[in-house]
Design a binder for this molecule. Structure first.
Ligand code: NAD
Length: 469
C-alpha cells in the first residue's frame, strides 16, 4: 500500500483534534498489573507467569496475542500513545507515531510464524519446534517507545515467553502506562498475570539488574551502540538491534521528482527518529541540482552556507561528534526558527550541501536535517555510502533505474534493509511489502526480528514409530 499526503493529513487532523490530556485509563497500581517497585520482584513475577504460560495451549496463546493487538489498536490508545510519546520524550511527530503504533499492532507477526519441521523414516519421527526461552529482558528506546513495546510484546508472547521491559527513563510514564494497559487486556483474555512486566521507575541500574538476573534467559536490546554492547557482553543469548546511519544514493537514471519526494517523506518521517530513516544523501553531480530543486518542491528548505554554520552551532555537541540530545526529533520549523530563519509553510526537512566528512553526514543526528554530498559518478556514490554507513549493516536506500547499479549497491553495502526507489519506511513494512518490526538486528544478524527469533529450537525424537509411510 502507499500512503499519500491526504491520508497523512487526515490522520494529523484527527489526532490533533483529539489530543488527550489524561491517560485513557486509571494509572493506579493494582495486583497483576505488571508494574513493580524493584527489578527483582518484576523478574520473579515474570518467571512465575512464564511457568504458568507453559501450560497454555496454542489457541490460548493466539487469543492473548490478539488481545495485545486489540487493546493497542483502540482509537483512544493510539491517540494517547502517539501524543504522549511526543509530550514525554520531547521528540517526534504525533501523526507519524500514530501510523507507527498502528502498523506495529497490526503487522507484527504472531504465533503463525512458528513453523515446525519434521523428518520421518525407518528410525521413527523427529520434529523440530520453536520453543520459549522463558523470561526475555527487552530494552526499549526513546525514539520508538510504544511501538517497540507493542512489537516486542506480540513477538515474545507469541513465542511463548514472558517479558520484562526496561524502557528508556525518558519514556517511563508512557511505558509504565502501556505495560499496565497490556496486563489489563491480557487478564481480560484469561492470560496468567504478569506476562509483561516492568518497574515503576525505569533506570540504568534497573536495566543492569535485569541483565544480570539469572532468571532472564534472553536479552533483546533496541537502542544505541552502548546498550547493544552491554547485552552482547552479558554472557546470555542476546539480540542487538543497534544504531544506523542510512545513506540514500541517487544516480542519473532515477526518476528525480519521485526520488526527491520519497527522500523528503522518509527523512522527515517522525522527524527523522527511526533508525531506518535517510540520514545523508549522496547525489551524482549531473542530477544534484535538479534533485535539490525537487526536494524543495516536496517540502524541504535548503540552508545557505551561513545557515549551515548556525545549524552546526545549534544542534551538534561541543566536539561535533554527534547531536545535542535536546534537538533530536524536533520539527524542521522549530530548528529553522532557532537559527533565525522564518520557516516556509509546510517545511518538513532541512537540506544542506556539505562535504563527505561533515558531521551532518558522518553522524546519526536523528533530526530533520539531511546533508547532501555531491559526487562525480554512481560508483563513487556507492563507495561513499558504504563508508558513511560505518559497517552498521542497518539500512540503505537507492534511487536508480539501473539494475546493475542497484545490484552493485546491495552487494557492496550489505545492510539488513535495502530500499530501492521508495522512502526508507517502506523497509519497515509501512507502504512496502513484508511484516512490521521495530527491532532490526543488524549486529547479531536476525534482521527484522519476528516471533521465531524469540524462540529456541528444540528437537523431539520418537524412535521407530509414527512413520506411517
Ligand atoms: P539509547 O541507546 O540511549 O537507549 C536505548 C535503551 O538502552 C534505553 O532503554 C536506555 O535506558 C538503555 N541504555 C542505554 N545505555 C545503557 C547502559 N549503559 N546501561 C543500561 N541501559 C542503557 O538509545 P535511544 O536514544 O533511546 O534510541 C536511539 C538509538 O537507538 C539510535 O542509535 C537508533 O539508531 C537506535 N535504534 C535502533 C533500532 C533498531 O531496530 N536497530 C530501533 C530504534 C532505535
Amino acid at each position: 500500500m502507499t500512503i499519500d499526503a491526504a491520508q497523512v493529513e487526515a490522520v494529523i487532523r484527527k489526532v490533533l483534534s483529539s489530543l488527550p490530556s489524561e491517560a485513557p485509563a486509571a494509572n493506579a497500581t493494582e495486583a497483576g498489573d505488571g508494574v513493580f517497585a524493584d527489578m527483582a520482584s518484576a523478574v520473579d513475577a515474570a518467571q512465575k507467569a512464564a511457568a504458568a504460560y507453559r501450560r497454555s495451549s496454542m489457541a490460548e496463546r493466539r487469543r492473548y496475542v490478539a488481545a495485545v493487538r486489540e487493546t493497542m489498536l483502540k482509537p483512544e490508545h493510539l491517540d494517547y500513545m502517539s501524543a504522549q510519546a511526543v509530550i514525554e520524550t520531547g521528540m517526534g511527530d504525533v501523526a507519524h507515531k500514530y501510523l507507527k503504533n498502528k502498523f506495529a499492532a497490526e503487522n507484527t507477526p504472531g504465533v503463525e510464524d512458528l513453523e515446525t519441521s519434521a523428518w520421518s523414516g525407518d528410525d521413527g519421527l523427529t520434529t523440530v519446534e520453536y520453543s520459549a526461552y522463558g523470561v526475555i529482558g527487552a530494552i526499549t528506546p526513546t525514539t520508538n517507545p510504544t511501538e517497540t513495546i507493542t512489537c516486542n510484546s506480540i513477538g515474545m508472547l507469541a513465542a511463548g515467553n514472558a517479558v520484562v521491559f526496561s524502557p528508556h527513563p525518558r519514556a517511563k510514564q508512557l511505558s509504565v502506562w502501556q505495560v499496565r494497559e497490556l496486563n489489563r487486556a491480557l487478564r481480560a483474555a484469561g492470560a496468567p498475570d504478569n506476562l509483561i512486566v516492568t518497574v515503576a521507575e525505569p533506570s540504568i541500574e534497573a536495566t543492569n539488574a535485569m541483565i544480570e538476573h539469572p532468571a532472564v534467559k534472553m536479552l533483546v536490546a533496541t537502542g544505541g551502540p552502548g546498550i547493544v554492547k552491554t547485552v552482547l557482553s552479558s554472557g546470555k543469548k542476546a539480540i542487538g538491534a543497534g544504531a544506523g546511519n542510512p545513506p540514500v544514493v541517487v544516480d542519473t537514471t532515477a526518476d528525480l521528482e519521485h526520488a526527491a519526494k520519497c527522500i523528503v517523506d522518509g527523512a522527515s518521517f517522525d522527524n527523522n527518529l527511526p533508525c531506518t530513516a535517510e540520514k545523508e544523501c549522496i547525489a551524482v553531480d549531473a542530477i544534484a541540482d535538479l534533485l535539490k530543486f525537487n526536494m524543495v518542491k516536496a517540502g524541504a528548505y535548503e540552508a545557505t552556507a551561513d545557515e549551515v554554520t548556525r545549524l552546526e552551532q545549534l544542534v551538534l555537541n561541543d566536539l561535533h561528534t554527534g547531536p545535542k540530545t535536546n534537538w533530536v526529533g524536533k520539527p524542521a520549523a522549530e530548528i529553522l526558527r532557532a537559527i533565525g530563519v522564518e520557516p516556509p509553510v509546510g517545511v518538513r526537512l532541512i537540506i544542506a550541501e556539505v562535504g563527505s566528512d561533515h558531521p551532518f553526514v558522518v553522524h546519526e543526528l536523528m533530526m530533520p536535517i539531511l546533508g547532501i554530498v555531491r559526487v562525480p559518478d554512481v560508483l563513487t556514490a556507492i563507495d561513499l555510502a558504504v563508508e558513511l554507513e560505518h559497517g552498521n549493516r542497518h539500512t540503505a536506500v537507492m534511487h536508480s533505474r539501473d539494475v546493475k547499479m542497484l545490484t552493485r549497491m546491495g552487494r557492496e553495502i550489505q545492510t539488513t534493509i535495502f530500499v530501492k526507489n521508495g522512502p526508507s519506511f517502506t523497509g519497515l513494512g509501512i507502504g512496502g511489502e513484508g511484516y512490521c518490526t521495530f527491532t532490526i538486528a543488524g549486529p547479531t544478524g536476525e534482521g527484522l526480528t519476528r516471533t521465531r527469533d524469540f524462540a529456541r529450537i528444540r528437537r523431539c525424537v520418537l524412535v521407530d514409530d509414527l512413520n506411517v509411510r
